[in-house]
Design a protein around this ligand. Structure first.
Ligand SMILES: [Zn+2]
Length: 206
């Protein structure tokens, strides 16, 4: 008698590390595939097609859809942190350029502020290169701020405005072009003018 049948056979498609939502930590995973086989005498002989695939945590054995591999809260937090620093720096550069002049006192404040917010030492050569390219493309900052604004809380938005203010007032003169630019930046961040006025009043009083 010929004994034949069908069977699902599991194989490992890929391995790696991922963030397991169930363990709430980084764990090893196996990306497994289940294929249907035609079997003869219980031996899988002919692959007939995929029944599905899943990701299995090596620790808790929980299984997931493969989309789980794209989820990485640490990377996401790092990405927002980097975007935040970039927006902060761009804001200060933009404010500095608002009156059409680059003063050494302003460059120094930008350097100091970057160093205050970042764990990496700022490079002055890099900053100056960035200032040069910012002169060429002033619209990028507004796009960045519009993207970032909804992800920040009020404190985060206020810090960007305060950083801009520090540069604007570095030459001892807070002029209309600088004020106007702050209004635009606040608008891009989704802040109301009243909120901006409050932040300016508080910062000036310090
Ligand atoms: Zn797990």
């Amino acid at each position: 008698m010929v004994i034949w049948g069908f069977r699902g056979v599991r194989s490992t498609k890929a391995k790696g590390d991922f963030f397991c939502p169930s363990c709430n930590s980084d764990q090893h995973y196996d990306h497994k595939r289940v294929r249907r086989f035609f079997t003869l005498y219980f031996i899988p002989l002919i692959p007939l097609g995929e029944l599905g695939d899943y990701v299995e945590c090596g620790r808790c054995k929980q299984t997931y859809n493969e989309k789980v591999l794209e989820y990485n809260p640490k990377k996401e937090a790092e990405r927002i942190q980097m975007a935040y620093h970039a927006a902060l720096k761009s804001t200060m550069i933009e404010i500095m350029l608002a009156d059409g002049e680059i003063e050494e006192a302003e460059v120094k404040i930008i350097m100091d502020t970057i160093n205050e917010f970042s764990t990496q030492e700022a490079s002055e050569v890099e900053l100056r290169a960035e200032i040069e390219s910012a002169e060429a493309q002033t619209s990028i900052i507004k796009r960045r701020l519009r993207e970032l604004g909804p992800q920040l809380n009020d404190g985060g938005r206020e810090k960007i405005i305060q950083a801009g203010l520090r540069v604007a007032t570095a030459d001892g003169n807070f002029d209309d072009s600088e004020k106007q630019l702050l209004v635009e930046i606040a608008g891009s961040l989704g802040m109301t003018e009243a909120h901006l006025a409050g932040v300016i009043a508080t910062s000036m009083a310090d």
